[in-house]
Design a protein around this ligand. Structure first.
Ligand SMILES: *[C@@H]1O[C@H](CO)[C@@H](O)[C@H](O)[C@H]1NC(C)=O
Ligand SMILES: *[C@@H]1O[C@H](CO)[C@@H](O)[C@H](O)[C@H]1NC(C)=O
Ligand SMILES: *[C@@H]1O[C@H](CO)[C@@H](O)[C@H](O)[C@H]1NC(C)=O
Length: 216
C-alpha cells in the first residue's frame, strides 16, 4: 500500500466584461439669467397696465437646473464618493435639499451637501454614496429629491442605474491553498479525489476550473 500525493491548485476565470460609465453634468447658469429677465418683464407689463400700485416683490420658487433623469453608477464605486453633482436656483439664501425617498428603500445616499456658487442665486449640490451598491440586490433605484425654501417647495426624481461589474469568483477558504490527498494505489478509475466549493457572485456568469501542478 503506497500513497500518492496530489498537489493541486485551482484557477478560476470568469468571462464577464467590465463596463465603466462616467457621467458629467454641464453647468448652465445662463438658464437662470434668461428666466429671471422673463419674470421681470411680465411684472413690469402688469404693473403699467393695471394701477400704479407697488408691484409685489415675490421671491421665485427654487428650481432644479441640471439634475439628470438617469444616473449610471458602477457597483464598484467606493463608499463616500460623490456620485452626483448638480445646480439649483434659489432666491432665498439658505435652501434645503433633501432626499424624500429612495425606492426600493435602501440608505445608499447621504444627505445632500449644498454650497453657494459664484453666481448669485445658484447653488451647487453634491450627493455622496453611503456604503456600497450591489447590482445583484438592486440595479435600479428611484430617488426623489426636494428643495425647500421659505418661498416654495419643489421636487424632482432621478433614477440611479447600477452597472454590473465582474466580481471575482470566490473559493471557500479551506480550498484556497494546495491540499494533500491520500489515494490508495489500486483505486479503480474514475475515482473522486477532491471536491472544491466555489461561488460566483455575478448572476449568469460562468466558473471554469483548471488543474495545474504535478503528481509525485
Ligand atoms: C448610511 O448608512 C447607515 C448604515 O446602513 C445608516 O445607518 C444611515 O442612516 C445611512 N445614512 C443616511 C443619510 O441614510
Ligand atoms: C465662477 O466659477 C467658475 C468655476 O467654478 C469659474 O470658471 C468662473 O470664472 C467663475 N466666475 C467668476 C465671475 O468668478
Ligand atoms: C440570467 O439569464 C436568464 C435566462 O437567460 C435571464 O432571464 C435573466 O434575466 C438573466 N439575469 C441577469 C441578471 O442577467
Amino acid at each position: 500500500m503506497a500513497s500518492v500525493s496530489l498537489l493541486a491548485a485551482l484557477l478560476f476565470a470568469s468571462s464577464f466584461q467590465n463596463i465603466e460609465t462616467t457621467t458629467t453634468f454641464p453647468v448652465t447658469p445662463t438658464t437662470l439669467v434668461s428666466e429671471t429677465s422673463a419674470v421681470t418683464t411680465t411684472v413690469t407689463t402688469t404693473a403699467s397696465t393695471v394701477t400704479p400700485s407697488t408691484p409685489a416683490l415675490t421671491t421665485p420658487s427654487p428650481e432644479f437646473i441640471n439634475l439628470p433623469d438617469v444616473l449610471e453608477v458602477t457597483e464598484s464605486t467606493r463608499p463616500r464618493k460623490v456620485i452626483i453633482e448638480f445646480q439649483i436656483t434659489s432666491g432665498n439664501p439658505d435652501p434645503k435639499v433633501q432626499i424624500i425617498s429612495i425606492t426600493p428603500d435602501d440608505p445608499v445616499l447621504e444627505d445632500p451637501i449644498i454650497n453657494p456658487t459664484n453666481v448669485s442665486g445658484v447653488f451647487n449640490v453634491q450627493i455622496v454614496l453611503n456604503g456600497s451598491l450591489d447590482y445583484e440586490t438592486a440595479n435600479l433605484l428611484t430617488v426623489r429629491l426636494g428643495i425647500a425654501t421659505p418661498s416654495g417647495f419643489v421636487e424632482q426624481t432621478f433614477s440611479l442605474s447600477v452597472t454590473d461589474t465582474n466580481e471575482p469568483p470566490q473559493c471557500e477558504a479551506q480550498f484556497q491553498l494546495g491540499a494533500v490527498v491520500q489515494v490508495p494505489e489500486d483505486s479503480p478509475a474514475p475515482v473522486r479525489l477532491y471536491t472544491v466549493l466555489a461561488k460566483e457572485p455575478d448572476s449568469n456568469d460562468t466558473i471554469t476550473a483548471r488543474i495545474t501542478g504535478q503528481f509525485s
